[in-house]
Design a protein around this ligand. Structure first.
Ligand code: NAP
Length: 262
């Protein structure tokens, strides 16, 4: 099926690992021109080389820290210098740490939100006028189930994700008259380096088997497993494609049915 993505300029934040890496791969398969952002130069360069060779697409790796407005500005400037336009933004870079009301100091909340909350807002704010100038565009925010299913031990994630769900809907309203469609994907647990790191940390704290720890962590999910990154990237591709032309302000759950059981 033609997704209408060929030659579109697509920015993927947090593209070097996990969900972002899978997003970059699926857009490369569709013939997009890709801008891949993350901090690890080695990983990004390897990823850019692999995608260029496998799919004969143009890939611009941008080594940048998106936890600051300067990083965002650098990313957009590099994109415009190379491709002159931005058709699709996939906001994905995030790394909120655990912690609850009594054990997480203000500094940790603020540091975590610089990337996952403000990074997404700044990327949208900086990209939006370019899309408006071009006559439209697509934004897909990879958010996370914590905003709908808050847990005491992941409060900063719950707050950022709930905020981003609301902000997605508000920006969608603002974008509608400008043909800028804004949607989100809400994953539950996804089998990425971030998830694996969390499982291993809990297993070593409890001196337990990581497989058993993971099974316990997904026991309340109807599908009884974490998603694979490709199960999230496929939905992001659909939302950015020509087939999602009448969708905006939607938050699509990709959570194995978890939120359905609330
Ligand atoms: N995995 C899950 O279970 C899950 C569930 C729900 C939602 N999510 C959300 O999905 C998104 C991706 O998660 P993931 O599991 O794929 O994470 P991951 O495996 O840890 O990958 C995160 C990506 O973001 C980049 N990144 C981190 N800090 C950055 C910074 N300051 N500036 C620029 N890039 C940065 C990382 O590269 P560098 O380290 O090289 O910068 C990496 O490419 C996150 O927003 C996360 O909250 C994940």
């Amino acid at each position: 099926m033609d997704m209408g993505i060929t030659n579109k300029v697509v920015i993927v934040t947090g593209a070097s690992k996990g969900i972002g890496k899978a997003v970059a791969e699926i857009f490369a398969e569709e013939g997009a021109k890709l801008v891949l952002c993350a901090r690890s130069e080695d990983l990004l360069l390897a990823q850019a080389k692999q995608l260029t060779e496998a799919h004969e697409v143009e890939v611009l790796p941008v080594v940048v820290d998106l936890a600051s407005q300067q990083g965002v500005d650098d990313c957009i400037a590099a994109t415009l210098a190379r491709f002159g336009q931005i058709d699709i933004l996939i906001n994905n870079a995030g790394a909120i740490r655990g912690g609850g009301l009594l054990d997480k100091p203000d500094a940790d909340w603020l540091e975590d939100w610089q990337l996952k909350l403000f990074g997404y807002i700044r990327m949208m704010r900086t990209t939006f006028p370019e899309m408006e100038r071009q006559g439209g565009g697509r934004i897909v925010n990879i958010i996370g189930n914590g905003g709908r299913m808050p847990r005491a031990g992941y409060l900063a994630g719950a707050g950022a994700n709930a905020g981003l769900m609301a902000i997605t809907k508000g920006v969608a309203e603002q974008g509608a008259s400008k043909n800028i469609l804004v949607n989100a994907v809400n994953p539950g647990p996804v089998h990425t380096p971030r998830w694996d790191g969390m499982v291993s940390a809990i297993a070593s704290q409890r001196d337990a088997d990581p497989q058993q720890v993971e099974a316990a962590m997904v026991k309340n999910i109807p599908l009884k497993r974490p998603a694979e990154p490709e199960e999230v990237s496929a939905v992001a591709l659909f939302l950015a494609s020509k087939h999602a032309s009448y969708m905006t302000g939607e938050i699509v759950q990709v959570d194995g049915g978890a939120a359905n059981c609330l």
